[in-house]
Design a protein around this ligand. Structure first.
Ligand code: TXA
Ligand code: MG
Length: 322
């Protein structure tokens, strides 16, 4: 099978919704990154996601919904969840909540956990697809496990083109890093993954977020040491650059002399930097350089998610490339 890349016209959306209903995989753009979607109530379709991504089986999937109303049938929304949903959905926020009794979502999608991670995406193509399909869609980022998340349809075709029925092409994704994940399944609100919605904005609504519990098995396996990894090694906090290095620059004062240089944002804009992050890393990864030197990026706003992904991309790789 080779994926058809379709424009998100009414015909393209309708073909994609039919493919989902038939248990096939559909890649689609969200405001964060491209997702690899399957019907969340179809165990075999969900299993096909794990197979396509070669994802370790302990890694649960995010369930995408057309609106907040659909969430109340799948999970138990407490007051914190209601407040965050009102304020930030649709948008780049994922909430981990207790699974509702009788929730039809495949147990495989949440790999047996008592909780479900859900979000309502903002991207018009995702929104149209979810409305046309009229059901929950399980979708991790559309990359092989351990690889960079795709921000363009061509990224998906390159790595997963033979596993997916349809790729809806909505152009480059506007935010460029994955959603922020907040765990509200217990009394303490926890940040599981910094992402496209700045933590400060969430804390302004429900107060301070705790860090994830260190002891538990990977609850958001974004926490595995190496997760968003290019092939080349990364050298972080670079202030100078060698001739055999590729440079991922940030801000107006990029040093010269690198084999190839791409700037996340020459003006130092963190929103622009997030949008460019994965696509720039991919191009530098293919530059033939010995490693990628990365200039420091501030940690405020979206900078927190950018630094998190860079640390993971630079992390040790204990054979986890699956
Ligand atoms: O922006 C995004 O969130 C993108 C787009 C496609 O929506 N999706 C995405 O999915 O990044 P994925 O599967 O690559 O990352 C989802 C993270 C994983 O680290 C997973 O372990 C965590 O969410 N997760 C899913 N269900 C969970 C649960 N019940 N409890 C804790 N973490 C969960
Ligand atoms: Mg991912």
């Amino acid at each position: 099978m080779t994926a058809s890349i379709l424009a998100p016209s009414p015909a393209g959306i309708s073909a994609a919704a039919k493919a989902l209903a038939a248990g096939r995989l559909v890649a689609f753009p969200t405001e964060t990154v491209y997702g690899l979607g399957a019907s969340a109530i179809d165990d075999r379709a969900v299993a096909a996601i794990f197979a396509a991504k070669k994802r370790p089986s302990f890694n649960p999937l995010i369930i995408h919904l057309a609106d907040t109303g659909a969430a109340s049938r799948l999970v138990r929304m407490d007051e914190r969840a209601q407040l965050l949903a009102e304020r930030f959905w649709p948008g780049p926020l994922t909430l981990v909540l207790p699974r509702a009794a009788g929730s039809p979502v495949s147990l495989l999608a949440s790999v047996g956990l008592e909780t479900l991670a859900i979000r309502v995406p903002l991207h018009p193509v995702a929104a149209h697809l979810l409305r046309a399909f009229d059901g929950p869609v399980a979708a991790p980022s559309a990359n092989p496990s351990g690889r960079l998340s795709p921000t363009m349809a061509t990224h998906v075709r390159e790595w997963l083109g033979d596993q997916v029925a349809i790729i809806l092409d909505g152009g480059p994704t506007p935010i460029g890093v994955e959603s922020t994940i907040v765990d509200l399944s217990g009394a303490t609100s926890r940040l599981l993954r910094p992402g496209g919605l700045p933590v400060e904005e969430i804390e302004s609504v429900i107060g301070p977020l705790a860090e994830p519990e260190a002891s538990t098995a990977p609850r958001a396996p974004g926490m595995l040491a190496s997760h968003y990894a290019p092939d080349l090694p990364l050298r972080l906090n670079a202030t100078g650059v060698d001739r055999d290095e590729a440079l991922l620059a940030f801000g107006p004062e990029a040093p010269s002399g690198a084999r190839m240089t791409l700037n996340l944002s020459a003006s130092g804009n963190l929103t622009e930097a997030a949008a460019n992050l994965f696509a720039h890393l991919r191009l530098l990864d293919a530059s033939g350089a010995a490693r990628i030197a990365v200039m420091p990026v501030p940690t405020r706003g979206l900078g927190r998610a950018i630094n998190d992904r860079l640390r993971r991309a630079a992390g040790p790789r204990p054979g986890f490339q699956g």
